[in-house]
Design a protein around this ligand. Structure first.
Ligand SMILES: Nc1ncnc2c1ncn2[C@@H]1O[C@H](COP(=O)(O)OP(=O)(O)OP(=O)(O)O)[C@@H](O)[C@H]1O
Ligand SMILES: [Mg+2]
Length: 323
């Protein structure tokens, strides 16, 4: 019998809004829907990639998974249990098992701590270990991420960007997590270093069987690391599927635009320069949020409720064309 991998995490109907505009009296006049009715799951040992242009809600979704942001609606389940109801030991277990690696190792590493102290901090907080034991564990973690142990007594500023990101990965690995939320972990690095860090993520996964929620602006990176991919637009998941389905059997007009206009679409400065479609972002009260930019739109799209359609068992799209 084949072993079905355990589900580590599941989101059901998760939404998150932020107050956008306030009036003179500080009352909220407009809400920004950063994440809209998102459901997803992540199984043991797999990578779920997330793509979508700046501001579409990728990081907010990552923070909800990490319980750094609370959803306004919907539920996050860790191994089948609602995380908002976890207490004490159970909540700590979830937090230990879901770790993060962020984009900028510069700001995420404490400049006053030695590398070995940074890497072993989680162990020091969670377990009663001696300094000698902590340092030993740190050395072995540095080894796992391909850093010589001679760096253990260095400070972050003495390391290159890529080396700092290795430290951030070692720190995330210290508590043997089941899932790592990697939010643009290679975006701040030189192109030549990006590939090394991507390879490191993949090697670690192969050795440890951990899962990744992998956010990246780089489509080639997401295509290389992911088993499945979510495509987000204005807080909605507009398409999801196995990596080959999303990249080779692309269904949503937005995903197509995304794949065709790489990389211009991705730098914040150049976003406005995308002229293939009228990119002016009117906010619609209802209907498909991609309507203003869509080249194949129909009137009915204005009353479409973003219900998703199954193209295959694993490939889903939220577009009225597939109705
Ligand atoms: N704490 C907050 N308060 C108010 N608005 C927020 C907050 N966090 C995020 N937002 C807004 O929510 C939307 C989604 O932001 P988010 O950071 O999740 O996007 P993203 O897809 O990660 O973008 P990027 O690719 O630039 O990192 C954006 O419009 C952002 O300005
Ligand atoms: Mg982000």
């Amino acid at each position: 019998m084949k072993n079905t991998p355990t589900e580590i995490l599941r989101l059901e109907g998760v939404s998150k809004t932020f107050p956008l505009k306030k009036d003179f009296f500080g009352r909220v006049k407009k809400l920004l829907k950063a994440v809209n009715n998102v459901s997803l799951f992540i199984k043991q040992g797999e990578t779920l990639g997330v793509i979508g242009e700046s501001g579409c809600g990728k990081s907010t979704l990552g923070k909800i998974i990490l319980d750094l942001e609370k959803p306004d609606r919907g539920t996050v389940y860790y191994k089948g249990r609602d995380i908002s109801k976890l207490k004490g030991k159970d909540y700590r277990e979830y937090r230990r098992n879901v770790q993060a690696v962020f984009q900028n190792p510069q700001s995420s590493l404490n400049p006053r701590m030695k590398i070995w102290e940074i890497v072993s901090e989680g162990l020091r907080i969670n377990f009663k270990l001696s300094k000698k034991e902590l340092k030993e564990r740190a050395l072995s973690l540095l080894n796992e991420v391909g850093l010589p142990s001679s760096y253990a007594d260095s400070y972050p500023h003495q390391l290159s960007g890529g080396q700092k990101q290795r430290v951030a990965i070692a720190r995330a690995l210290a508590l043997s997590p089941e899932l790592i939320v990697a939010d643009e972990p290679t975006s701040a690095l030189d192109v030549s270093v990006q590939a090394q860090i991507v390879n490191l993520f993949m090697d670690i996964q192969e050795k440890k069987g951990i899962s990744y929620f992998f956010i990246s602006h780089s489509l080639p990176v997401v295509e290389a690391v992911s088993d499945r991919v979510l495509v987000m637009y204005k807080g909605y998941v507009v398409e999801e599927g196995k990596t080959e389905e999303v990249f080779k059997e692309t269904a949503h007009p937005y995903t197509r635009l995304l794949i065709e206009s790489v990389p211009e679409l991705f730098s914040k400065k150049e976003r406005k320069a995308v002229t293939t479609l009228e990119a002016e972002d009117e906010e619609l009260e209802k209907g498909c949020p991609f309507y203003p930019r869509c080249s194949v739109r129909k009137r009915e799209c204005l009353s479409y409720d973003m219900e998703s359609f199954k193209l295959t068992e694993t490939h889903k799209v939220s577009c009225i064309l597939y109705l």
